[in-house]
Design a protein around this ligand. Structure first.
Ligand code: AHR
Length: 319
């Protein structure tokens, strides 16, 4: 070997020895996403891509088409590929312990929780307080109707999803304090527009053409947009004959609000990935352990908040 070759080899070895610890630019993260059941979910996916690109993280997204079995397969495939971390938006709360035990790399939950038995199996969860979201919705309704007797119909999210269980729980807590409020019907609409519409049609039929319904509470805006359509087709005036309160704050609900067809929504940010990526990068680079729960805000919007302006400002932000 010539002297020049020897010097080159030595400097290459030195470069390797002093290589920086893992940085964002080197990270590959597998994201097991639920699917695209709602406008909010589609926005979360696109915001996640933007946030990863900002930090030069290689984000691999697997769409589970709303099926837990597909999420479990995706997690196993990410583990086999040797990714640095896994993001998981769990479609339902139970049934994760076995696969998360296999992971042995940091797992971050996005937007939904898992059962308490899995608490030690993930690094942190970036979610809203979904019980509080239900309480905010219930309190808005209680304040809006005052002492008047009010029969409420409820469109629940996916059965077994933490956010569906919690949004129901929070709302029910407020209803229990107001004897004039009564949930007369409650059924899942699986967080989709089509099912929200279908279930609302059946509620309207069962409730005297909708005449005995005072308000609809939907666990997300997409189901409410479907329910608004059902009310209109039944000759009812949503937002006037029947009050609406839902969750997410997607642009379409502001469009409905601006048209006087929806009354209120509780905001859920689609940017769960930004805080999750910051937590993982700090954990990998500096060994900083994040808090177990990174909580996002839950802000109430009503027709008094200039819905057209909110619609314009939200459009394009991943929606
Ligand atoms: O987990 C968050 C919920 O999932 C959103 O409120 C809903 O739109 C989505 O499908």
């Amino acid at each position: 070997m010539t002297l020049k070759a020897l010097l080159l080899a030595a400097s290459a070895t030195a470069a390797l020895m002093f290589a920086q610890p893992a940085s964002a630019a080197q990270l590959t993260i597998g994201f097991s996403q639920i699917g695209s059941e709602s406008g909010w979910r589609a926005a979360e996916t696109s915001v996640s891509k933007q946030e990863a690109a900002k930090r030069q993280v290689n984000l691999k997204i697997a769409d589970a088409q709303q099926k837990q079995e597909n999420q479990i397969k995706a997690i196993r495939s990410f583990i086999a590929q040797g990714v640095d971390a896994i993001f998981l938006a769990p479609v339902v709360a139970s049934g994760w312990d076995a696969v998360l035990k296999e992971a042995k790399i940091p797992v971050v939950l996005l937007d939904r929780d898992i059962d308490p038995s899995g608490k030690d199996l993930y690094l942190t969860a970036v979610t809203s307080d979904s019980v509080h979201e239900g309480e905010v919705a219930g309190e808005w309704l209680a304040k809006t109707v005052g002492e008047k007797a009010c029969n409420v119909v409820e469109l629940q999210g996916t059965v077994g999803a933490s956010v569906a269980t919690n949004r129901k729980k929070g709302f029910d807590t407020v209803v229990a304090k107001h004897p004039n409020l009564k949930v007369v019907r409650s059924q899942t609409g699986d967080f989709t527009r089509a099912k929200g519409k279908e279930v609302m049609e059946s509620f309207i039929k069962a409730e005297n053409g909708g005449k005995s319904i005072c308000a609809v509470y939907a666990h997300n805006d997409d189901m409410m947009v479907g329910a608004i359509q059902a009310m209109k087709e039944a000759g009812l005036k949503p937002g006037k004959d029947i009050l609406t309160i839902s969750i997410d704050a997607v642009p379409d609900i502001f469009k409905a609000m601006a048209a006087g067809e929806a009354n209120a929504t509780v905001e859920l940010t689609p940017n769960m990935a930004g805080p999750a990526l910051d937590a993982i990068v700090a954990y990998k680079d500096k060994g900083t352990t994040p808090p177990k729960w990174i909580q996002t805000e839950s802000k109430l919007y009503t027709a008094a908040d200039d819905p057209q302006k909110v619609y314009d400002s939200k459009k394009g932000l991943g929606y």
